[in-house]
Design a binder for this molecule. Structure first.
Ligand code: CA
Length: 229
């Protein structure tokens, strides 16, 4: 069942949209303020977002921009003012569709279905292109950012994932902590090379059978680390 988030401060409109969407078999969540809506959109997995332009807290412009930086899903923007719609269209915020209120609920449902179908086609056409790194019993799907160890999926934080992937893609190459820090943390000035040690430890706990006797990520004393082929 597709899950939809409605970010709309007018509760009557939000409820009406939800009722129609639920009748069409969608699961619907509502947030009435901009900041809560954005937080929810980023934290949870939704298939589509219906976003009002004028909201208390953050407005629809900001929300759309912030979601686009992190997520790829259809966003339908709605506004009471036709002028605003023309303006935001021109800004190229990355919304997939724009609707002027009031609109008929059945029109909304039709557009929701069309966008979900289009995204599904996009996702399916990309399935073959997933970039996979396999080394020993570890399988890394770089596209989906998922990792399996001996067939069992493990969860990694963003930096743990980046570090593991980098090492696994360069097996037998010894990297210093400084090199790894520069490679993975790059421009972020916060933190220091001790962060690398901490992350290596976390990764080992997830991939090694015995993290005290690592088989995969080897410590080269006084130098750094390497992923053993
Ligand atoms: Ca509003």
């Amino acid at each position: 069942m597709s899950k939809i988030l409605i970010i709309e401060d007018e509760t009557a409109i939000a409820d009406l949209e939800r009722d129609y969407l639920e009748l069409s078999g969608f699961e619907v969540q509502i947030e009435n303020s901009g900041d809560k809506g954005l937080a929810r959109a980023l934290q949870e997995e939704f298939d589509l977002i219906i976003l009002d332009l004028m909201l208390p807290g953050l407005d629809g412009f900001e929300i759309c921009r912030s979601i686009r930086e992190k997520k790829n899903l259809p966003i339908i923007m709605v506004s009471a003012k036709k002028d605003d719609i023309d303006k935001i269209r021109g800004l190229g915020l990355g919304a997939d569709d724009y609707m002027t209120k009031p609109f008929s609920p059945s029109e909304l449902v039709a557009r929701v279905k069309a966008h979900l179908a289009r995204y599904e086609r996009l996702v399916n056409s990309n399935v073959q292109e997933n970039d996979i790194v396999e080394i020993h019993g570890i399988k890394i799907d770089k596209t989906a950012r998922r990792v399996w160890v001996d067939g069992e999926e493990k969860n990694f934080t963003t930096k743990e994932f980046d570090l593991l992937t980098f090492l696994a893609q360069n097996p037998n190459h010894v990297f210093t902590k400084e090199e790894l820090f520069k490679e993975i943390w790059d421009m972020e000035s916060i933190g220091d090379i001790a962060t690398v040690t901490v992350h290596i430890k976390k990764i080992r706990e997830k991939i090694e059978k015995q993290s005290s006797k690592p088989q995969y990520i080897e410590t080269i004393w006084g130098v750094g680390y390497r992923f053993k082929m």
